[in-house]
Write a new protein. Structure first.
Lengths: 438, 178
């Protein structure tokens, strides 16, 4: 299938390896293999090479690294928000990977959790944190074990403890295990959960960088974000910016799901053409089916039609320009024979299940969106329903403590709007069926 | 008076109580540990946490009721939890769930029950290998209806997990008291 002109034409995904360097390397999870591939050299450079915390923050700022969990906030800038005053500060890794379509953070742990640990240590040095946590979702039994093993190895090797590499830098790290709640992936919900409470988000401001875990300055970073830091320290900001676009620097893990020939987690430079990714790298749809739609950044991202992906590139700006978002880089592929009416119902079921119930527009709104989309699926809908759904979804946006409600409203607005003809056909076929039975 | 918890579990609980900045943070991991040993978390366990370890019933119940992984009623020995979120659904999770549930119900009806229950759960975070399912703590990928039936058959042949045996013994002891 011909694809658009792109600077990446003719180049293979294997050429863009920052996070996935250890792919295919035997025994990749061991500390020994990690060190052979430059592991902990970045930490040494920071601690022994005379880099100040501000030097680290400035380097990360200059690299253009942005949060890879979904929001895309510049990482160095986030670190810079932490007050310089003495006192306990915390760095927490968000490993609560639960956005439908997303399975990239676990892939980093599967390759080598030391990437994350080294990135965390560097981040902790930058913000002055002597304690950090990896918050993992409870269902990630294998990933939890890999992180625990890597932390133990790091302690044994002197990369964690009271006097790291003999430099006097002190840092302790632990895992914390969630218990089944999507909202704990929201940074303030995660902090509530770590405090041993319901994982309900907190009002911002104050932002966690000022007042977070137990009221202390806290940075919450995604796994992929932190795992990229050692490479940036070793190779410099300019090397990182050679990948990606001007505003979306570096590489990103893209995880594809749905009926595609070669699903998996791919590391690609930001700005890579989405169509090429789906049809060349991932082999297109199983059975040569036609593409109907793509959810480009996890279940919270508004849907794109097949026509809309013809020329789009995978970066923060291009997706935002198309009214959707890069999110977690979770590309969900929907084939021609799946009804968008059913897709809407499935997504609304997820959001209804996972709303934490704290804010009325979200708690009630997700319930109504599910009920209305389910009524349509059951043949009890009417042509005015799409407008009602859009109306309810519109009232859920910008009115709640966190952005979960907006995330639920996104697909509820975009699907009936972009696939209005499918909804109309659905009513007609259901009406006809009812009349035939009547 | 004897502790509600086993001595090993008491040691684990004490370890968690001192592991984090606040005692309250230990509630989630302690509930996981209780569930790992007893297969579920009873009201008696929550009361014992307060009486024996000073964790408030109110705080513990807040956590217990919010998070979906904690089982508040005695479960079957094996839980087949199939992800029904968008990526798994696109790859046929509904059929897997329906097939497994029907099989479990039929076995029950025929007087040959299998030690299984099946639930639809939300995203399990391995979406490229859909449908994804857990049998207790074991992850299985590409769980077609056929594979679900095979999993039920294979696990049913195994010796029951220790937690399931303890759960059954606890329930038997409780009913003999009544």
């Amino acid at each position: 299938m011909p694809v658009m002109n792109s600077p990446y034409n003719g180049r293979q995904p294997s050429e863009f390896r920052i996070l996935t360097e250890l792919e295919g390397v035997p025994n990749s999870r061991s500390l020994e293999v990690y060190k052979k591939h430059g592991g902990y050299a970045a930490l040494e450079k920071v601690l022994k090479g005379g880099m100040s915390p501000d030097d680290v923050i400035n380097l990360v700022k200059a690299s253009g690294l942005r949060g890879r969990g979904g929001a895309g906030f510049p990482t160095g800038m986030k670190w810079g928000f932490v007050p310089k005053a003495p006192g306990e500060k915390y760095l927490i890794t968000n490993f609560d990977e639960g956005e439908p379509g997303t399975y990239k953070d676990r892939y980093i742990a599967e390759l080598n959790a030391h990437m994350l640990i080294e990135g965390k240590l560097i981040g902790a040095y930058a913000i002055g944190a002597s304690k950090s946590y990896i918050y993992l979702r409870g269902e990630f039994y294998g990933e939890i074990a890999w992180c625990e093993q890597a932390i133990k190895e790091a302690y044994d090797a002197g990369y964690l403890g009271d006097n790291i590499m003999g430099t006097g830098f002190k840092h302790h790290m632990d895992v914390y295990i969630g218990a089944g709640s999507y909202i704990c992936g929201e940074e303030t919900g995660l902090i509530s959960s770590l405090e041993g409470k319901k994982g309900q988000p907190k009002l911002k401001p104050p932002f966690p960088a000022v007042k977070g875990y137990l009221g202390q300055p806290t940075i919450v970073n995604n796994v992929e974000t932190l795992a990229a830091v050692p490479w940036i320290i070793r190779n410099g900001a300019e090397a990182y910016k050679k990948f990606g676009t001007e505003k979306s620097a570096g590489t990103k893990l893209f995880n594809i799901s749905g009926p595609v020939v070669r699903p998996g987690c791919y590391e690609l430079p930001l700005g890579y053409p989405l169509k090429r990714f789906i049809f060349e790298d991932c082999g297109g749809l199983i059975g040569g089916k036609k593409l109907k739609a793509v959810i480009p950044g996890g279940a919270s991202a508004p849907v794109l039609t097949a026509a809309e992906i013809e020329t789009i590139t995978m970066d923060y700006e291009a997706f935002a320009g198309a009214g959707t978002m890069l999110g977690s880089g979770a590309v969900i592929v929907i084939p021609e024979d799946v009804s968008m009416v059913h897709v809407l119902e499935n997504l609304m079921h997820f959001f209804k299940d996972e709303s934490c119930g704290q804010c009325t527009p979200c708690r009630e709104g997700t319930g109504w969106l599910l009920k209305m989309s389910r009524d349509i699926v059951n043949g009890e809908g009417s042509p005015g329903d799409a407008e009602k759904i859009a109306d309810v979804a519109g009232k859920m946006m910008g009115r709640t403590i966190c952005t979960f409600s907006d995330a639920a409203a996104g697909p509820a607005r975009s699907i009936p709007q972009k696939f209005a003809h499918e909804f109309l056909e659905f009513y007609k076929s259901k009406q006809n069926a009812a009349q035939a039975h009547g | 008076m004897a502790s509600f918890f086993s001595s090993a579990l008491n040691e684990t609980i004490k370890g968690y109580l001192g592991r984090y900045e606040t005692k309250r943070s230990s509630i989630l991991p302690i509930l996981h540990a209780i569930q790992d040993e007893n297969d579920w978390i009873s009201k008696e366990a929550v009361q014992a946490l307060e009486a024996e370890h000073g964790l408030s019933v109110v705080d513990v119940n807040e956590v217990l009721s919010f998070y979906t992984m904690y089982r508040k009623t005695p479960p079957k020995p094996y839980r087949l939890e199939v992800c029904g979120s968008i990526s798994c659904w696109l790859n046929g999770a509904d059929k897997t769930i329906a097939t497994a549930k029907a099989h479990i119900a039929e076995a029950e009806k025929a007087g040959k029950p299998v030690p299984f229950e099946c639930h639809k759960v939300e995203c399990l975070g391995v979406c490229g290998y859909a449908p994804v399912a857990l049998v207790n703590k074991d992850r299985h990928l590409n769980v077609t209806p056929e594979l679900a039936l095979k999993l039920i058959a294979d696990y049913s042949k195994k010796d029951l997990p220790a937690a399931a045996k303890k759960c059954a013994a606890d329930l038997a002891a409780r009913s003999s008291k009544q």
